[in-house]
Design a protein around this ligand. Sequence first.
Ligand SMILES: [Ca+2]
Ligand SMILES: [Ca+2]
Length: 473
Amino acid sequence: MKSKSILCVCLSMAMTAVIPLTSCSENTDATSSSSSSASAVSSQNTQMSVLSPTVPGLYNIREMASEAEQKWIYGAEGQDGSVQGDGGWYYMYTEETNTGGDYDVSKIKECWYSDINDGGSLVSSGSVLNKPTWVAGIYSPDTDIVSTDNWWNQSMDEFMSMTLNPSVGTGPYASAVLAFKAPQDGNYNIDVGYYMGNNDPYNLMGDGITLSIYAGSDKLYSYSNAYYAEYGHEYLNATLRAGEYIYIISDPNINGINDICSNISAEITMTFPKYADNSTVWAFGGGYINGDGTTQGENGWYYLFSEETNTGGIYDTSKIEECFYKSDYKVNPYTEEAFGSWLPTIYSENIKFSYINQWQQSADGTLSPEMYYPPYASAIIGWKAPDAGRYSINLSLSAGAWSDNTLYDGVTVSVYCGTRKVCGKLIEKTSDFIYSFDADMEENEYLYLIVDPNNTAVDDLVEGANIVIEKAD
Ligand SMILES: [Ca+2]
Ligand SMILES: [Ca+2]
Protein backbone atom coordinates (compact mmCIF):
# COMPACT_ATOMS: atom_id res chain seq x y z
CA MET A 1 0.00 0.00 0.00
CA LYS A 2 1.40 3.30 -0.98
CA SER A 3 1.20 6.19 1.39
CA LYS A 4 2.95 8.72 -0.77
CA SER A 5 1.39 10.41 -3.72
CA ILE A 6 3.78 10.32 -6.62
CA LEU A 7 1.29 11.93 -8.89
CA CYS A 8 0.44 15.46 -9.67
CA VAL A 9 -1.85 17.15 -7.22
CA CYS A 10 -1.98 20.04 -9.62
CA LEU A 11 -4.16 22.86 -8.46
CA SER A 12 -6.40 20.99 -6.12
CA MET A 13 -4.09 20.97 -3.11
CA ALA A 14 -3.45 24.67 -3.16
CA MET A 15 -7.04 25.48 -3.77
CA THR A 16 -8.83 23.30 -1.30
CA ALA A 17 -6.41 23.36 1.61
CA VAL A 18 -6.21 26.13 4.12
CA ILE A 19 -3.14 27.87 2.83
CA PRO A 20 -0.54 28.93 5.37
CA LEU A 21 1.12 31.99 3.94
CA THR A 22 4.80 31.30 3.83
CA SER A 23 6.89 34.17 5.01
CA CYS A 24 10.02 34.71 3.04
CA SER A 25 11.32 37.61 5.04
CA GLU A 26 14.21 36.02 6.87
CA ASN A 27 16.18 35.40 3.74
CA THR A 28 15.02 38.21 1.54
CA ASP A 29 17.84 40.26 0.19
CA ALA A 30 16.09 41.23 -2.96
CA THR A 31 17.65 44.50 -3.79
CA SER A 32 20.84 44.67 -1.81
CA SER A 33 23.04 43.07 -4.44
CA SER A 34 21.68 45.09 -7.30
CA SER A 35 23.41 48.29 -8.27
CA SER A 36 20.89 49.22 -10.92
CA SER A 37 17.58 50.63 -9.82
CA ALA A 38 16.14 49.74 -13.21
CA SER A 39 16.67 46.07 -12.52
CA ALA A 40 15.74 46.12 -8.85
CA VAL A 41 13.05 43.83 -7.60
CA SER A 42 10.33 45.91 -6.07
CA SER A 43 10.27 45.03 -2.42
CA GLN A 44 6.91 46.38 -1.37
CA ASN A 45 5.12 43.31 -2.67
CA THR A 46 7.39 40.62 -1.37
CA GLN A 47 5.22 39.75 1.63
CA MET A 48 2.05 39.75 -0.38
CA SER A 49 -0.17 36.77 -0.79
CA VAL A 50 -1.60 35.94 -4.19
CA LEU A 51 -4.93 35.82 -2.43
CA SER A 52 -5.04 39.58 -2.13
CA PRO A 53 -7.67 40.77 -4.61
CA THR A 54 -6.99 44.46 -4.23
CA VAL A 55 -3.56 44.82 -5.73
CA PRO A 56 -3.63 45.73 -9.40
CA GLY A 57 -1.38 43.74 -11.67
CA LEU A 58 -1.40 40.56 -9.59
CA TYR A 59 -2.86 37.45 -11.10
CA ASN A 60 -5.18 35.70 -8.69
CA ILE A 61 -4.26 32.03 -8.92
CA ARG A 62 -7.05 30.94 -6.60
CA GLU A 63 -9.72 32.46 -8.80
CA MET A 64 -8.18 30.96 -11.90
CA ALA A 65 -8.03 27.54 -10.33
CA SER A 66 -11.61 27.44 -9.15
CA GLU A 67 -12.63 28.09 -12.73
CA ALA A 68 -10.19 25.45 -13.84
CA GLU A 69 -11.25 22.42 -11.82
CA GLN A 70 -14.29 20.40 -11.03
CA LYS A 71 -14.78 17.77 -8.34
CA TRP A 72 -17.04 14.76 -7.84
CA ILE A 73 -17.22 13.04 -4.46
CA TYR A 74 -18.91 9.67 -4.10
CA GLY A 75 -21.66 9.98 -1.50
CA ALA A 76 -21.53 13.77 -1.34
CA GLU A 77 -24.39 15.45 0.46
CA GLY A 78 -27.57 15.48 -1.56
CA GLN A 79 -26.53 12.60 -3.82
CA ASP A 80 -29.26 10.07 -4.48
CA GLY A 81 -27.77 6.58 -4.16
CA SER A 82 -30.85 4.98 -5.63
CA VAL A 83 -30.33 6.55 -9.05
CA GLN A 84 -27.75 5.49 -11.62
CA GLY A 85 -25.48 8.33 -12.66
CA ASP A 86 -26.36 10.73 -9.85
CA GLY A 87 -23.22 12.77 -9.18
CA GLY A 88 -21.55 10.90 -12.05
CA TRP A 89 -21.52 7.56 -10.19
CA TYR A 90 -22.80 4.24 -11.53
CA TYR A 91 -23.37 0.90 -9.81
CA MET A 92 -22.12 -1.92 -11.99
CA TYR A 93 -20.84 -5.49 -11.98
CA THR A 94 -19.04 -7.96 -14.12
CA GLU A 95 -19.27 -11.73 -14.31
CA GLU A 96 -15.50 -11.87 -14.62
CA THR A 97 -14.07 -12.99 -11.27
CA ASN A 98 -10.79 -14.45 -10.02
CA THR A 99 -8.93 -13.01 -12.99
CA GLY A 100 -5.87 -11.76 -11.11
CA GLY A 101 -7.01 -8.18 -11.65
CA ASP A 102 -7.37 -8.36 -15.44
CA TYR A 103 -10.78 -7.44 -16.83
CA ASP A 104 -12.39 -6.84 -20.18
CA VAL A 105 -14.20 -3.66 -19.19
CA SER A 106 -16.57 -3.98 -22.16
CA LYS A 107 -18.23 -6.77 -20.15
CA ILE A 108 -19.11 -4.47 -17.25
CA LYS A 109 -22.85 -3.87 -16.96
CA GLU A 110 -25.19 -1.82 -14.83
CA CYS A 111 -26.71 -3.32 -11.70
CA TRP A 112 -30.36 -3.22 -10.83
CA TYR A 113 -31.68 -1.58 -7.68
CA SER A 114 -33.31 -3.61 -4.96
CA ASP A 115 -35.39 -1.48 -2.63
CA ILE A 116 -36.56 -3.63 0.27
CA ASN A 117 -39.48 -1.29 0.73
CA ASP A 118 -40.83 -2.90 -2.40
CA GLY A 119 -41.24 -6.01 -0.28
CA GLY A 120 -39.16 -8.21 -2.52
CA SER A 121 -37.74 -11.50 -1.37
CA LEU A 122 -34.15 -10.33 -1.46
CA VAL A 123 -33.77 -10.09 2.26
CA SER A 124 -34.36 -12.96 4.61
CA SER A 125 -34.52 -11.28 7.98
CA GLY A 126 -35.43 -8.06 9.75
CA SER A 127 -31.83 -7.23 10.61
CA VAL A 128 -30.03 -3.99 9.87
CA LEU A 129 -28.89 -5.54 6.62
CA ASN A 130 -32.33 -4.89 5.26
CA LYS A 131 -31.17 -1.88 3.32
CA PRO A 132 -31.58 -1.18 -0.34
CA THR A 133 -28.67 -2.32 -2.44
CA TRP A 134 -27.61 -2.45 -6.05
CA VAL A 135 -27.46 -6.04 -7.26
CA ALA A 136 -25.60 -7.78 -10.07
CA GLY A 137 -27.85 -8.85 -12.92
CA ILE A 138 -26.95 -12.50 -12.42
CA TYR A 139 -28.99 -12.42 -9.22
CA SER A 140 -32.73 -12.42 -9.63
CA PRO A 141 -35.25 -10.91 -7.22
CA ASP A 142 -35.68 -14.44 -5.88
CA THR A 143 -32.06 -14.63 -4.78
CA ASP A 144 -31.46 -14.21 -1.08
CA ILE A 145 -28.67 -11.72 -1.66
CA VAL A 146 -28.32 -10.22 1.81
CA SER A 147 -28.62 -12.90 4.48
CA THR A 148 -26.60 -14.96 6.91
CA ASP A 149 -24.69 -16.53 4.03
CA ASN A 150 -24.79 -13.71 1.54
CA TRP A 151 -23.40 -10.28 2.32
CA TRP A 152 -23.58 -8.75 -1.11
CA ASN A 153 -24.00 -5.02 -0.68
CA GLN A 154 -23.28 -2.21 -3.05
CA SER A 155 -24.48 1.13 -1.77
CA MET A 156 -23.46 4.56 -0.61
CA ASP A 157 -25.53 4.14 2.53
CA GLU A 158 -23.41 5.51 5.38
CA PHE A 159 -24.95 2.96 7.70
CA MET A 160 -23.65 0.22 5.43
CA SER A 161 -20.23 1.93 5.37
CA MET A 162 -20.04 2.69 1.66
CA THR A 163 -19.82 -0.92 0.56
CA LEU A 164 -18.66 -2.64 -2.58
CA ASN A 165 -19.03 -6.09 -1.14
CA PRO A 166 -19.20 -9.04 -3.58
CA SER A 167 -19.63 -11.59 -0.79
CA VAL A 168 -22.04 -14.45 -1.47
CA GLY A 169 -21.62 -17.85 0.20
CA THR A 170 -22.11 -19.95 -2.88
CA GLY A 171 -21.85 -19.02 -6.53
CA PRO A 172 -22.44 -17.82 -9.06
CA TYR A 173 -20.07 -15.00 -8.20
CA ALA A 174 -19.72 -11.57 -9.66
CA SER A 175 -17.37 -8.63 -9.16
CA ALA A 176 -19.01 -5.50 -7.75
CA VAL A 177 -18.04 -2.34 -9.63
CA LEU A 178 -18.38 1.34 -8.77
CA ALA A 179 -17.96 3.49 -11.88
CA PHE A 180 -17.56 7.18 -12.64
CA LYS A 181 -18.40 8.49 -16.11
CA ALA A 182 -16.14 11.27 -17.38
CA PRO A 183 -18.37 14.21 -18.37
CA GLN A 184 -15.79 15.58 -20.80
CA ASP A 185 -12.28 15.12 -22.11
CA GLY A 186 -9.81 15.97 -19.41
CA ASN A 187 -7.17 15.01 -16.94
CA TYR A 188 -8.62 13.36 -13.84
CA ASN A 189 -7.10 12.90 -10.41
CA ILE A 190 -8.52 9.79 -8.74
CA ASP A 191 -8.43 9.51 -4.96
CA VAL A 192 -9.81 6.22 -3.61
CA GLY A 193 -9.88 4.92 -0.04
CA TYR A 194 -11.08 1.46 1.04
CA TYR A 195 -11.12 -1.29 3.65
CA MET A 196 -10.79 -4.72 2.11
CA GLY A 197 -9.73 -8.33 2.58
CA ASN A 198 -10.93 -11.25 4.65
CA ASN A 199 -13.30 -10.40 7.46
CA ASP A 200 -12.48 -13.63 9.30
CA PRO A 201 -8.93 -14.76 8.54
CA TYR A 202 -9.30 -17.72 10.93
CA ASN A 203 -11.75 -19.20 8.48
CA LEU A 204 -9.34 -20.74 5.98
CA MET A 205 -12.07 -21.07 3.37
CA GLY A 206 -12.07 -17.34 2.64
CA ASP A 207 -9.67 -16.00 0.03
CA GLY A 208 -10.40 -12.27 0.39
CA ILE A 209 -10.85 -9.98 -2.55
CA THR A 210 -8.91 -8.25 -5.30
CA LEU A 211 -9.48 -4.52 -5.68
CA SER A 212 -8.61 -2.95 -9.02
CA ILE A 213 -8.93 0.56 -10.40
CA TYR A 214 -9.26 1.13 -14.15
CA ALA A 215 -9.45 4.24 -16.30
CA GLY A 216 -11.21 3.09 -19.46
CA SER A 217 -9.48 -0.17 -20.35
CA ASP A 218 -6.20 0.82 -18.63
CA LYS A 219 -5.43 -0.86 -15.34
CA LEU A 220 -4.09 1.78 -12.95
CA TYR A 221 -3.97 -0.30 -9.78
CA SER A 222 -4.66 -3.81 -8.51
CA TYR A 223 -4.22 -5.30 -5.06
CA SER A 224 -5.24 -8.68 -3.69
CA ASN A 225 -5.67 -9.38 0.02
CA ALA A 226 -6.67 -12.82 1.33
CA TYR A 227 -5.81 -12.02 4.93
CA TYR A 228 -6.88 -9.54 7.58
CA ALA A 229 -8.93 -6.75 6.09
CA GLU A 230 -6.91 -3.54 5.87
CA TYR A 231 -7.30 0.09 4.96
CA GLY A 232 -5.69 1.55 1.87
CA HIS A 233 -5.65 4.76 -0.11
CA GLU A 234 -4.60 5.34 -3.70
CA TYR A 235 -3.90 8.57 -5.55
CA LEU A 236 -4.01 8.03 -9.30
CA ASN A 237 -4.26 10.10 -12.44
CA ALA A 238 -5.67 9.46 -15.89
CA THR A 239 -6.60 11.24 -19.07
CA LEU A 240 -10.10 10.31 -20.21
CA ARG A 241 -12.33 11.10 -23.14
CA ALA A 242 -15.91 12.15 -22.49
CA GLY A 243 -18.06 9.08 -21.73
CA GLU A 244 -15.18 6.86 -20.62
CA TYR A 245 -15.41 5.37 -17.15
CA ILE A 246 -13.22 5.06 -14.12
CA TYR A 247 -13.93 1.65 -12.55
CA ILE A 248 -13.33 0.49 -8.97
CA ILE A 249 -13.67 -3.30 -9.18
CA SER A 250 -14.13 -5.54 -6.14
CA ASP A 251 -13.50 -9.18 -7.16
CA PRO A 252 -14.35 -12.00 -4.68
CA ASN A 253 -11.59 -14.22 -6.15
CA ILE A 254 -12.47 -17.94 -6.00
CA ASN A 255 -15.24 -17.56 -3.44
CA GLY A 256 -17.14 -14.94 -1.50
CA ILE A 257 -16.67 -16.36 1.98
CA ASN A 258 -16.02 -13.58 4.53
CA ASP A 259 -15.17 -11.11 1.82
CA ILE A 260 -15.27 -7.50 2.94
CA CYS A 261 -14.94 -4.37 0.85
CA SER A 262 -16.25 -1.29 2.62
CA ASN A 263 -15.45 2.28 3.66
CA ILE A 264 -15.17 3.20 0.02
CA SER A 265 -14.31 6.84 -0.49
CA ALA A 266 -13.83 8.15 -3.97
CA GLU A 267 -13.07 11.66 -5.10
CA ILE A 268 -12.48 12.60 -8.71
CA THR A 269 -11.02 15.97 -9.61
CA MET A 270 -10.72 17.16 -13.17
CA THR A 271 -8.43 19.97 -14.14
CA PHE A 272 -8.83 21.90 -17.34
CA PRO A 273 -5.30 22.78 -18.39
CA LYS A 274 -5.14 26.34 -19.65
CA TYR A 275 -3.19 28.04 -22.34
CA ALA A 276 -1.59 31.29 -21.29
CA ASP A 277 -1.44 33.80 -24.14
CA ASN A 278 2.37 33.93 -23.80
CA SER A 279 2.44 37.57 -24.81
CA THR A 280 1.02 39.21 -21.68
CA VAL A 281 0.71 36.17 -19.39
CA TRP A 282 3.01 33.14 -19.09
CA ALA A 283 2.21 30.16 -16.89
CA PHE A 284 3.83 26.89 -15.86
CA GLY A 285 2.55 23.90 -13.87
CA GLY A 286 -0.16 21.27 -13.75
CA GLY A 287 -2.90 23.73 -14.65
CA TYR A 288 -1.24 25.02 -17.80
CA ILE A 289 -0.20 23.71 -21.17
CA ASN A 290 3.41 24.07 -22.23
CA GLY A 291 3.55 21.77 -25.20
CA ASP A 292 3.90 18.13 -24.16
CA GLY A 293 6.56 18.97 -21.59
CA THR A 294 9.39 17.42 -23.59
CA THR A 295 10.87 20.55 -25.18
CA GLN A 296 13.17 23.16 -23.62
CA GLY A 297 12.02 26.75 -23.99
CA GLU A 298 8.35 26.03 -24.68
CA ASN A 299 6.59 29.36 -23.97
CA GLY A 300 9.80 30.54 -22.31
CA TRP A 301 10.09 27.72 -19.73
CA TYR A 302 13.34 25.80 -19.21
CA TYR A 303 14.13 22.70 -17.16
CA LEU A 304 17.44 23.36 -15.40
CA PHE A 305 19.66 22.22 -12.55
CA SER A 306 22.70 23.27 -10.57
CA GLU A 307 25.33 21.18 -8.86
CA GLU A 308 25.32 23.77 -6.09
CA THR A 309 23.40 22.33 -3.14
CA ASN A 310 23.14 22.98 0.59
CA THR A 311 24.34 26.54 0.12
CA GLY A 312 21.86 28.21 2.44
CA GLY A 313 20.00 29.59 -0.55
CA ILE A 314 22.95 31.40 -2.19
CA TYR A 315 23.72 30.40 -5.78
CA ASP A 316 26.02 31.44 -8.59
CA THR A 317 23.40 31.44 -11.35
CA SER A 318 26.13 31.27 -14.01
CA LYS A 319 26.55 27.63 -12.94
CA ILE A 320 22.97 26.71 -13.85
CA GLU A 321 22.74 24.20 -16.72
CA GLU A 322 20.04 22.61 -18.84
CA CYS A 323 18.62 19.19 -17.96
CA PHE A 324 18.18 16.38 -20.47
CA TYR A 325 14.85 14.68 -21.15
CA LYS A 326 14.48 10.95 -20.62
CA SER A 327 11.20 9.70 -22.04
CA ASP A 328 11.34 6.21 -20.51
CA TYR A 329 12.56 7.21 -17.06
CA LYS A 330 9.48 5.81 -15.31
CA VAL A 331 7.23 2.92 -16.30
CA ASN A 332 3.76 2.39 -14.88
CA PRO A 333 3.97 -1.18 -13.48
CA TYR A 334 0.36 -1.92 -14.37
CA THR A 335 -0.02 -0.38 -17.80
CA GLU A 336 3.71 -0.64 -18.66
CA GLU A 337 3.36 2.81 -20.15
CA ALA A 338 6.58 4.82 -20.00
CA PHE A 339 6.69 8.42 -18.98
CA GLY A 340 9.50 10.86 -18.68
CA SER A 341 11.33 13.40 -16.60
CA TRP A 342 13.93 16.08 -17.06
CA LEU A 343 17.18 15.07 -15.36
CA PRO A 344 20.49 16.76 -14.52
CA THR A 345 23.33 15.86 -16.86
CA ILE A 346 25.34 14.70 -13.84
CA TYR A 347 23.16 11.59 -14.02
CA SER A 348 23.69 8.96 -16.67
CA GLU A 349 21.51 8.61 -19.77
CA ASN A 350 20.84 5.09 -18.44
CA ILE A 351 19.29 6.25 -15.18
CA LYS A 352 15.92 4.70 -14.31
CA PHE A 353 13.37 5.69 -11.74
CA SER A 354 13.73 3.40 -8.70
CA TYR A 355 13.58 3.61 -4.96
CA ILE A 356 17.06 5.14 -4.96
CA ASN A 357 16.47 7.46 -7.95
CA GLN A 358 13.30 9.44 -7.46
CA TRP A 359 14.24 12.69 -9.15
CA GLN A 360 11.20 14.09 -10.97
CA GLN A 361 11.06 17.35 -12.89
CA SER A 362 8.13 17.75 -15.25
CA ALA A 363 5.64 20.14 -16.80
CA ASP A 364 2.95 19.03 -14.34
CA GLY A 365 4.61 21.17 -11.66
CA THR A 366 6.83 18.50 -10.11
CA LEU A 367 10.29 19.75 -9.18
CA SER A 368 11.68 17.09 -6.85
CA PRO A 369 15.45 16.67 -6.38
CA GLU A 370 14.80 13.40 -4.52
CA MET A 371 17.70 10.90 -4.61
CA TYR A 372 18.78 8.38 -2.02
CA TYR A 373 22.52 8.80 -2.59
CA PRO A 374 24.78 11.65 -3.74
CA PRO A 375 25.61 13.26 -6.04
CA TYR A 376 22.72 15.62 -5.40
CA ALA A 377 21.66 18.56 -7.51
CA SER A 378 19.22 21.44 -7.17
CA ALA A 379 16.16 21.17 -9.43
CA ILE A 380 15.37 24.44 -11.22
CA ILE A 381 12.64 25.74 -13.49
CA GLY A 382 13.59 28.87 -15.44
CA TRP A 383 11.62 31.40 -17.46
CA LYS A 384 13.33 33.69 -19.96
CA ALA A 385 11.82 37.19 -20.20
CA PRO A 386 11.01 37.93 -23.85
CA ASP A 387 11.23 41.69 -23.36
CA ALA A 388 12.63 44.12 -20.84
CA GLY A 389 9.97 45.37 -18.47
CA ARG A 390 8.15 44.96 -15.22
CA TYR A 391 6.52 41.61 -14.50
CA SER A 392 4.19 40.42 -11.74
CA ILE A 393 5.22 36.94 -10.66
CA ASN A 394 3.07 34.56 -8.62
CA LEU A 395 4.35 31.22 -7.35
CA SER A 396 2.63 28.47 -5.44
CA LEU A 397 3.83 24.96 -4.69
CA SER A 398 3.89 22.25 -2.06
CA ALA A 399 7.38 21.44 -0.79
CA GLY A 400 9.31 19.58 1.88
CA ALA A 401 10.25 16.11 3.08
CA TRP A 402 7.17 13.98 2.50
CA SER A 403 7.84 11.42 5.23
CA ASP A 404 7.82 11.87 8.99
CA ASN A 405 11.43 10.70 9.26
CA THR A 406 13.20 13.41 11.24
CA LEU A 407 16.56 12.50 9.68
CA TYR A 408 15.57 14.20 6.46
CA ASP A 409 15.93 17.92 6.07
CA GLY A 410 13.46 18.96 3.36
CA VAL A 411 14.34 21.54 0.74
CA THR A 412 15.29 25.18 0.39
CA VAL A 413 13.16 27.00 -2.18
CA SER A 414 14.72 30.14 -3.66
CA VAL A 415 13.68 32.60 -6.33
CA TYR A 416 16.16 34.58 -8.41
CA CYS A 417 15.71 37.17 -11.13
CA GLY A 418 18.90 36.87 -13.09
CA THR A 419 21.69 37.05 -10.50
CA ARG A 420 19.48 38.83 -7.96
CA LYS A 421 18.06 36.81 -5.14
CA VAL A 422 14.42 37.62 -4.45
CA CYS A 423 13.52 35.10 -1.80
CA GLY A 424 14.71 31.97 -0.02
CA LYS A 425 12.91 29.66 2.38
CA LEU A 426 13.91 26.47 4.17
CA ILE A 427 10.95 24.06 4.16
CA GLU A 428 11.61 20.95 6.23
CA LYS A 429 8.18 19.27 6.38
CA THR A 430 5.68 19.39 3.55
CA SER A 431 3.82 22.67 3.43
CA ASP A 432 2.52 25.12 0.88
CA PHE A 433 4.72 27.92 -0.37
CA ILE A 434 3.03 30.92 -1.94
CA TYR A 435 4.91 34.01 -3.03
CA SER A 436 4.25 37.05 -5.18
CA PHE A 437 6.38 39.94 -6.25
CA ASP A 438 6.99 42.43 -9.03
CA ALA A 439 10.33 42.51 -10.82
CA ASP A 440 11.96 44.63 -13.47
CA MET A 441 13.70 42.24 -15.83
CA GLU A 442 16.01 42.68 -18.79
CA GLU A 443 15.31 41.06 -22.14
CA ASN A 444 16.38 37.39 -22.04
CA GLU A 445 16.98 37.54 -18.30
CA TYR A 446 15.89 34.41 -16.41
CA LEU A 447 13.54 33.97 -13.52
CA TYR A 448 14.72 30.91 -11.56
CA LEU A 449 12.76 28.79 -9.08
CA ILE A 450 15.45 26.74 -7.34
CA VAL A 451 14.71 23.66 -5.20
CA ASP A 452 17.80 22.71 -3.20
CA PRO A 453 17.78 19.32 -1.41
CA ASN A 454 19.97 20.71 1.40
CA ASN A 455 22.27 18.15 3.04
CA THR A 456 20.34 15.09 1.91
CA ALA A 457 17.84 14.57 -0.93
CA VAL A 458 16.01 11.64 0.65
CA ASP A 459 12.22 12.14 0.66
CA ASP A 460 12.48 15.61 -0.91
CA LEU A 461 9.26 16.26 -2.81
CA VAL A 462 8.04 19.37 -4.59
CA GLU A 463 4.78 19.13 -6.50
CA GLY A 464 1.78 21.19 -7.47
CA ALA A 465 4.01 24.05 -8.58
CA ASN A 466 2.25 26.76 -10.54
CA ILE A 467 3.97 29.90 -11.72
CA VAL A 468 2.01 32.70 -13.35
CA ILE A 469 3.83 35.71 -14.77
CA GLU A 470 1.97 38.74 -16.03
CA LYS A 471 3.34 41.78 -17.75
CA ALA A 472 2.88 44.61 -15.25
CA ASP A 473 3.62 47.55 -17.52
CA1 LIG B 1 -13.13 -14.23 -1.74
CA1 LIG C 1 16.62 17.30 1.82
